[in-house]
Design a protein around this ligand. Structure first.
Ligand code: CA
Length: 222
């Protein structure tokens, strides 16, 4: 299920806490401390869910929520210190999917994020994805080839899941770096090549991930 989450929150301590817990759970986090940065980040990243603080230095989170809703069905979780019911109701009326009051438990936040994603993306609830005789169990983060377990590192697992999710599509090294590693990753695209090579070796199915010269990689069904 993991993917990229946009966190719009001006308080650094809270942002760091939320980010830490989400990343620990496998999500990538794009953090924006202002509303305008948040909207920009939505254009630059393939975001699966947005967490919006209501009180921002340059915007009201409710306006941000409204602006996002005008453009997309992106799942939205509102985060706020204001516990007034009016905000909760307005937020939900504006199309937010859930609402969490500060102070909150980061574990609960992660659980709520997952629940919202499950509701918003029923397909993503399919925990197992399969390509040929390679089966990826996202929940258990386990991979088997022809029924035999294969040990992968966390990054190898995420890369494989992303490739299989996009079977048939040519994915550039830059896109893979961005989506699987996150923008913060300082390494070059060479890292992608190294991980693909490792995946091919460990899976023993080199034909499954094809190199597309000058373009990137593609998972293929046969
Ligand atoms: Ca705030």
């Amino acid at each position: 299920m993991p993917g990229t989450i946009l966190l719009v929150e001006d308080e650094e301590d809270i942002a760091t806490l939320v980010r830490t817990y989400l990343e620990r759970d496998g999500f990538q986090v794009v953090w924006a401390s202002r509303g305008v940065e948040g909207l920009l980040a939505l254009e630059q990243h393939e975001v699966r869910l947005a967490i919006l603080d209501l009180q921002l230095p340059d915007a009201d989170g409710l306006d941000l929520c409204r602006a996002i809703r005008q453009q997309s069905r992106l799942p939205i979780v509102i985060l706020t210190a204001r516990d007034e019911e009016i905000d909760r109701i307005t937020g939900l009326e504006l199309g937010a999917d859930d609402y969490i009051a500060k102070p909150f438990s980061p574990r609960e936040l992660v659980a709520r994020v997952r629940a919202v994603l499950r509701r918003a993306e029923p397909d993503a609830a399919a925990d197992e994805i399969v390509l040929g005789d390679v089966a990826v169990d996202r929940g258990g983060r386990a991979v088997t080839v022809n029924g035999n377990p294969v040990e992968l590192t966390g990054m190898e697992f995420d890369l494989l899941a992303y490739l299989i999710d996009h079977t048939g599509l040519v994915l550039s090294r830059e896109r893979l770096l961005d989506r699987v590693w996150g923008l913060a990753f300082p390494g070059g695209t060479r890292t992608v090549d190294v991980h693909v090579a490792q995946l091919r070796r460990k899976l023993g199915r080199p034909e499954l991930i094809r190199t597309i010269r000058g373009s990137g990689y593609k998972a293929v069904a046969s």
